[in-house]
Design a protein around this ligand. Sequence first.
Ligand SMILES: Nc1ncnc2c1ncn2[C@@H]1O[C@H](COP(=O)(O)OP(=O)(O)O)[C@@H](O)[C@H]1O
Ligand SMILES: [Mg+2]
Length: 318
Amino acid sequence: MAKKFDVIVVGELNIDLILNQIMGFPKVGKEILANEMEFTLGSSSAICASNLSSLGLNVGFIGKLGDDIFGRFIIEKLKEKGVDTSMVIVDDTMKTGVTVALSYDEDRAMATYPGAMSHLTVDDIDEDCLKNTKHVHFSSYFLQPGFKDKLHLLFQKAKNAGATTSMDVQWDPAEKWDLNLEEILPHVDVFLPNIIELQSLTRKTDISAAIDSLQNSNGFIAVKCGSRGSVLFHDGKQISKPPFLHDNVVDTIGAGDSFNAGYIYKFIQGKSPETCLEFGNLIGAISTTKPGGTAAFTNLEDILKTAANSFNYYDTEQ
Ligand SMILES: Nc1ncnc2c1ncn2[C@@H]1O[C@H](COP(=O)(O)OP(=O)(O)O)[C@@H](O)[C@H]1O
Ligand SMILES: [Mg+2]
């Protein structure tokens, strides 16, 4: 039977309120002004879902929102990007999460109220829903305490439903990195950490030692290394792919989530690990050409035009 979705993304949803060009750092009891402001859809998971949809896939989202104006804004933004929001849970006893970011040049000070997203649990996710998709991607474990010690059950459900799986753990704001990878990785086909997350999760600075410590993973481990590109580990072998460097980096917000979208796009089409990794690098690089994580992506045709014109990348497999 044909499946309704190519990918279902399970993850966090929140708003970003970003204050730019601020006159110094605010002090308790005082007020300062910011000259610029942005109010946008935040969430790594939402960026990945939006960009998978812009690449032309059928994408559904499972997450939790409050019944409020922020929640409605998030639904609207996901829909604008073509993401199916019919499985997003709206809970009127909760508030939608928000991050307030004070932006100083390249750096930001942020405070997050997680709200509804921290209440999504494995029990909210119906195995029958997962039968409707070829692939399940999960992101942002540490922002979703509802999955604490239970994430392997989500991936088991996905596998039982006949889907392939991927995971991006993302940053741990508490920096404790308390996650049982041994329990989870046997059910994950593609693990997508960045290099610092991999080192933190395994408590090993040496990358070979970090990968060796994940022996029970039989899937692919794609390690994102920022402007150094990415490296794939699988079955005792290693493949490196260089980045698509360019002179127009606006910001790197969502580069990793865009990389995930590129990698998954090729992975679910059964393309070679080299192709998946290279396309991940390409989509990560394109993301850096516009502000935020989704502005650089409209549709596949435009993405491939940018790839050819700006990055000399010609997709021969389309
Ligand atoms: N400055 C850059 N120029 C070109 N490509 C980049 C740049 N920064 C990131 N990328 C691409 O995006 C990918 C993901 O970025 P990275 O910063 O490693 O992830 P994360 O956002 O998860 O920390 C990189 O592996 C690389 O391919
Ligand atoms: Mg990331």
